[in-house]
Design a protein around this ligand. Structure first.
Ligand code: ADP
Ligand code: ADP
Length: 215
């Protein structure tokens, strides 16, 4: 196992549907850093029916970002757990400049892996996305078909409709894409072509982490 700068966190960045969840297991295994997805945490809060969940859902359903204060509360709680000592792998966080600035006061970030994928490809990836509720595995109707025997239990996320995807993409371009410049200026942004198939993107990520671990 290799560690990319022990104790520091890694950010997996990219538009909705870029493949962050799909690739996070590989990065987590290679670096030993636990994966933290704010989207998954919010969906758990929605399922639990908590107050945070109810408030978050009203934004998520419209393809808008959940307010920074709610997100930072979740992140602070997660960072206070013992397994966060060696740094975390953030997936889908930060998504605004204020979130990125708040994160700086909580943990050091060693690198930001940015998956670059065009908008048209995003729409077909998101509308075909299906999740296995039993294992959490992410599938795609065309690009990563699930085994026949589990197809009946797959779920489609409420916000994975074409209309909501367009809103999420516009939210991404307005509020989240500026983070690329924020991290580029810090010299820690690594852009990866995320438009190839899942294996090709995994190989690019592996090569980057191997190279960084050897530095
Ligand atoms: P994100 O976490 O960035 O929202 P996901 O990992 O959930 O994205 O991927 C979105 C959808 O696209 C899923 O259905 C997934 O199976 C599919 N997918 C992921 N990476 C690729 C790829 N490189 N090529 C084609 N489809 C992909
Ligand atoms: P995707 O990457 O496929 O858009 P996520 O599961 O990361 O999906 O996020 C789903 C929704 O949860 C987002 O559209 C947004 O409403 C909310 N969300 C997730 N992470 C954040 C965050 N860091 N800041 C604000 N809202 C967030």
């Amino acid at each position: 196992m290799v560690f990319v700068i022990k104790g520091k966190s890694i950010i997996l960045f990219g538009p909705p549907g870029a493949g962050k969840g799909t690739q996070s297991g590989l990065i987590s295994t290679m670096t030993g850093k636990p994966q933290v997805s704010t989207g998954d945490m919010l969906r758990e809060a929605v399922t639990d029916g908590s107050e945070v969940g109810r408030e978050a859902k009203s934004y998520m359903d419209r393809g808008l970002l959940v307010p920074d204060e709610i997100i930072m509360q979740l992140i602070k709680m997660r960072l206070s757990r013992d397994d966060a000592m060696g740094g975390l792998l953030f997936d889908g966080f930060p998504r605004t400049i204020p979130q990125a600035m708040a994160l700086e006061t909580l943990t050091d970030v060693s690198m930001v892996i940015s998956l670059v994928v065009g908008d048209d490809e995003i729409v077909s990836r998101i509308t075909g996305r299906r999740t296995d509720p039993e294992t959490g595995e992410i599938y795609h109707l065309e690009y990563k078909p699930a085994p026949q025997h589990i197809r009946g239990r797959l779920l489609q996320r409420d916000d994975d409709t074409e209309d909501t995807v367009r809103n999420r993409l516009s939210t991404f371009h307005k509020q989240t894409a500026p983070l690329s410049d924020f991290y580029r200026e810090k010299g820690i942004l690594i852009e990866i072509d995320g438009s190839g198939d899942i294996k090709q993107v995994s190989s690019s990520i592996e090569a980057i982490i191997d190279a960084k671990s050897g530095e």
